[in-house]
Design a protein around this ligand. Structure first.
Ligand code: FNR
Length: 461
């Protein structure tokens, strides 16, 4: 285990150690697993713009999450049934998170109860909630979590029905007989029909309340005073609703690509970018419309619709467009108003100048569309899905996330080496993240900015 040098190396060890049914359950995504790959690939397409000669002799990684101080913005996502990975299961994860000074989120479908996990010692913990048809069960569960000292509810909203994970269907996945979904012990929900053909997955899925909707956030608020994080948001539209509904934050998540296949990678959802063509059209229409009204006011002839602006793809974004627009528009005006007085020309040009500034705003708007923009800085946006490197953490923060959660790396390291494995995963990510901060010239999370990364949809600089 000493030879392990990065997080992903644990997966091969876990694959060797675990029964195929368990490994497949942890590893797989839904259907074609396109989103599963994309969760990783999308990170790889984001590059850095490092700043040099910054004094990075001291780097502060600490973050404040819902008012709680943590050692780093890297936290543990809820993953079900951790005792299949290791006999210590959720206990080991809780201890490792606590030792690293970060937050663990316990799954509703854990193989250890909220009370048991709380008894492992101090630590900041969140409880992940699936809402079941029997709301009394839900209310009891939430109250137990609150009493056990959990600090927030992560309400999972992307699972009205379980996604189709074909390996689980082939393997007839079921919880091994010596384990139980501990939070439901003694309740009907805990007694699983292990003889059922469809196995555990469809049994528990059958208990989930498919009628769950936005109004239920208010209901949840009547049974708990804990802050509610909405887990599974992928669009700006839903972010706005979550904000209105009183969510304390959102977790941009596609459930580790286990639910709807062909949703974008989570890192791509932070800024839901428009295509270059869309930006081009937005700018063009804006310019033609605004400038024509301006020309009318100045009693100058109407601009030609194309405005002499032949956008070529590479230069059709951002300041390049603005600069080109300026040149061609000036030419246009000059050509047409030769007979006007020079004073009028100055007025025309400075008014056009103002339009360029407005245009820059249009570009900004176009690029800032997405979940982060919709959250308006009023609630924190977190992200999970495919985070495997410190560089991934940095990229998420640069695009506006307040922190990230990791899922599978915890399961695989737990399977390989129990608590020590999870500790090492957290330490490696921490070290890599610190290194990334040093090499990009950032001394604190506040200094990580949008300008430190370049995405496919950014304008050429
Ligand atoms: C999950 N996830 C999950 N989410 C949730 O809200 N409740 C749960 O019980 C589970 N269980 C679960 C089991 C397994 C095996 C996996 C892989 C995932 C989703 C999890 O919280 C998180 O969204 C993803 O795991 C993040 O992606 P990565 O880090 O696994 O790529």
């Amino acid at each position: 285990m000493e030879m392990i040098t990065n997080v992903t190396e644990y997966e091969a060890i876990a694959k060797e150690k675990l029964p195929k049914m368990v490994y497949d359950y942890y590893a797989s995504g839904a259907e074609d697993q396109w989103t599963l790959e994309e969760n990783r690939n999308a990170f790889a397409r984001i590059l850095f713009r490092p700043r040099i000669l910054v004094d990075v002799s001291r780097i502060d990684l600490t973050a404040t999450i819902l008012g709680f101080k943590v050692s780093m913005p890297i936290m543990i996502a809820p993953t079900a049934m951790q005792k299949m990975a290791h006999p210590e299961g959720e206990f080991a994860t809780a201890r490792a998170a606590s030792a690293a000074g970060t937050i663990m989120t316990l799954s509703s479908w854990a193989t250890s109860s909220v009370e048991e996990v709380a008894s492992t010692g101090p630590g900041i913990r969140f409880f992940q909630l699936y809402v079941f048809k029997d709301r009394n069960v839900v209310a009891q569960l939430v109250r137990r979590a609150e009493r056990a000292g959990f600090k927030a509810i992560a309400l999972t909203v992307d699972t009205p029905i379980l996604g189709r994970r074909e390996a689980d269907i082939k393997n007839r996945f079921t919880l091994p007989p010596h384990l139980i979904l501990k939070n439901f012990e003694g309740l009907d929900l805990g007694k699983l029909d292990k003889t059922s053909d469809s196995g555990l997955a469809s049994y528990v899925a059958g208990q989930i309340d498919r009628s769950l909707n936005w109004k239920d956030i208010s209901w949840l608020q009547t049974i708990t005073s804990l802050p509610i994080l909405v887990k599974g948001v992928l669009t700006a539209e839903d972010t706005r609703i979550a904000l209105k509904a009183g969510a304390a934050g959102i977790i941009v998540s596609n459930h580790g690509a286990r639910q709807l296949d062909y949703v974008p990678a989570t890192i791509s959802a932070l800024e839901e970018q428009l295509s270059l063509e869309e930006v081009e059209v937005a700018l063009h229409d804006y310019l033609v419309c605004k400038s024509n009204s301006l020309l009318k006011r100045l009693r100058l002839p109407k601009a030609r619709r194309s405005f002499n602006m032949k956008f070529d793809k590479a230069s059709s974004v951002g300041e390049d467009i603005v600069a080109r627009g300026r040149v061609s528009t000036h030419d246009n005006i000059r050509g047409r108003r030769r007979s006007k007085s020079s004073r009028q020309r100055v007025v025309a040009l400075s008014a056009i100048e103002a339009e360029y500034i407005a245009m820059t705003e249009v570009v900004k708007e176009a690029y800032e569309y997405g979940v982060v923009k919709a959250a308006e800085g009023r609630i924190p946006v977190f992200l999970d899905g495919g985070v495997r490197r410190g560089t991934d953490v940095f990229k998420a923060l640069a695009l506006g996330a307040a922190g990230v959660f990791i899922g599978r790396p915890v399961l695989f390291s737990l399977a390989a080496d129990g608590e020590a494995g999870v500790r090492k995963v957290l330490q490696m990510l921490r070290d890599e993240f610190e290194l990334t901060m040093a090499l990009t010239g950032c001394r604190s999370l506040k200094e990580i900015s949008r300008d430190h990364v370049i995405t496919e949809w950014d304008r050429p600089r």
